[in-house]
Design a protein around this ligand. Sequence first.
Ligand code: C5P
Length: 218
Amino acid sequence: MGYNVAIDGPAGAGKSTIAKLVAKEKGYIYVDTGAMYRAMAVHFLNKGIAPEDTQGIIDACEDAFVSIKYEDGVQQVYLNGENVTSMLREERVGNMASLSSAVPQVRQKLLELQRGLAEKEDVIMDGRDIGTNILPHADVKIYLTASVVTRAKRRYDELKEKGIDCDYDEIAHDIEERDRRDMNRETAPLKQAKDAILVDSSEMTIEEVVAEITRHCR
Ligand code: C5P
């Protein structure tokens, strides 16, 4: 059995940035489960399925196989044997992932992959339902959050930095919408596990958040 750190929280709380740094410091493998939902989303988009077409999504689960490999310690996601990692951050993919991840059959597809990795390796796994559902016996559970204003501001700065034109209010609205969907869905909604440590990063630097989390790890 690997040593397991679960890190859950809303979109834009900085889970992946933090988890990568903790993984490096502690020698864990970083598992990004959002990327797996995004790979499933690529499959649905490739098939021309609309995000609202639940039955189409369920049917398309039949021939979707997601797997991951590590190249120089970086997670690569494969969809039916093809490396789709470079497509995962596209806006349309994120949007499809946010909607299709509410479908139980989609979650079922990824459950074994996620549990199997945690069983074999020392991992820090980030997502929405890792501490509550995927790894209920994780050694450490973190619920990482930040205010909507902070998350929207970070995203805005990140896009501006890349020279991408964007609107703060639109970003904030988008974040609220994703929170609402993730927290209110019927299957595996986002919530803090009873035994999770709450870390609100609104007023913290990256270094402070990493220090706070590693303090709880073996
Ligand atoms: O974290 P990320 O934004 O990459 O996740 C993409 C989408 O996948 C999220 O909007 C969320 O709805 C879904 N997701 C999930 N369960 C996870 C990880 C992600 O439902 N464990």
